[in-house]
Design a binder for this molecule. Structure first.
Ligand SMILES: Nc1ncnc2c1ncn2[C@@H]1O[C@H](COP(=O)(O)OP(=O)(O)OP(=O)(O)O)[C@@H](O)[C@H]1O
Length: 312
């Protein structure tokens, strides 16, 4: 299990990470999401040892990471780093051999990955001759060619065409199904929702929601699409009848309403029935993008560390 335990990190006055914790299990794909500047890259750089935390520790199977453990990881950094003059297949074999993979195994692993990422025809081309999206596919192959147990990928899907996204997703899913632990950052929330077993949402360096998308849904206010056969104004009457009810969208004929958690859906239905025949009463499952918007928009419960220090 990869465990980030209470990581904090500042750059001068900027609090990049503030007591951040989460875990990624073998066989789990973990999506790491947050607004620009939330601290995702900082956390990933700490996992990979290119940045030290001010406090906190990262462990793999209970042991704090050292360079030997980190060598076993696969990493796709934000700054892509391939040798532009090298040929694609040659480059992958070179990287696998650096990780101690024997020649024949390395060559096969490189060929298999190029095949899976639809790059076999470019195997003998120089990296610099590839489009940016194809270089990105090679970068993923570079992170996986030594068959790592843990993969840490900083925005691996950004800038890829839909086929590239599908190819990358399939390669990662196969590794996860074979028992690897994968954590990747992304702003593509539909993709994260589709691919990930667990999601962490960070804001200003803090974890604000962590769990499967269904678990995150369970903590959000329940929403219902309601249609009542009643004269105009029925939505206001419904709001008046149900304490705390929020109207998210009033389309006249129907309305999207939100109950305060945990939400008494039967009381809402009774109140709607009291106004007229109920033509629709449907629970609406929020998407990850909607959950994200609502948790990052919530007011902070405590001041950030820098404010605490300044106030002290
Ligand atoms: N080298 C640095 N020097 C000073 N501040 C930095 C440095 N690197 C990051 N920061 C700051 O730390 C905070 C977290 O940045 P980080 O790059 O980790 O965010 P991110 O979640 O990866 O953002 P994005 O989604 O935009 O890539 C930001 O406020 C950023 O400006």
């Amino acid at each position: 299990m990869l465990e980030l335990d209470r990581l904090s990190r500042r750059y001068g006055d900027v609090v990049a990470l503030d007591d951040l914790s989460f875990t990624v299990r073998p066989g789990q794909m973990y999506g790491f999401v947050g607004t620009n500047g939330a601290g995702k890259t900082t956390a990933m750089r700490i996992i990979l040892g290119v940045l030290e935390p001010d406090s906190g520790v990262v462990r793999w199977n209970g042991t704090p990471l050292d360079q030997d453990i980190r060598r076993e990881f696969g990493y796709m950094p934000e700054e892509r780093g391939l040798y532009p003059k090298m040929q694609v297949h040659e480059h992958l074999v070179y990287l696998a051999r650096l990780h101690g993979v024997a020649g024949i195994t390395a060559a096969k692993a490189a060929s298999d990955l190029l095949d899976a990422l639809a790059l076999s025809e470019r195997a003998s081309d120089r990296i610099e001759s590839l489009s940016l999206g194809n270089q990105q596919r090679v970068q993923l192959a570079a992170a996986l060619v030594h068959d790592p147990a843990v993969m840490v990928l900083d925005e691996p899907f950004s800038g890829l065409d839909p086929m590239g996204v599908d190819a990358m997703a399939a390669v990662l899913r196969a590794r996860v199904d074979a028992g690897a632990a994968v954590v990747f950052s992304s702003h593509q929330l539909e993709l994260v929702e589709r691919l990930c077993d667990a999601v962490g949402i960070i804001r200003a360096g803090r974890m604000v929601a962590d769990g499967s998308v269904d678990e995150l849904r369970g903590t959000s206010a329940p929403r219902f699409r309601v249609a009542v056969d009643a004269p105009a104004g029925w939505v206001s009457s419904l709001t008046a009848a149900v304490p705390g009810l929020v109207v998210v969208d009033d389309a006249g004929h129907d309305a999207l309403v939100e109950l305060p958690p945990p939400g008494d859906d039967q009381a809402l239905l009774d109140a709607a029935r009291a106004l007229g025949p109920v033509r629709q009463f449907t629970p609406v499952r929020p998407t990850l993008a909607e959950l994200f918007r609502s948790v990052v928009a919530e007011p902070a419960t405590e001041p950030a560390t820098s404010e605490k220090v300044e106030a002290a």
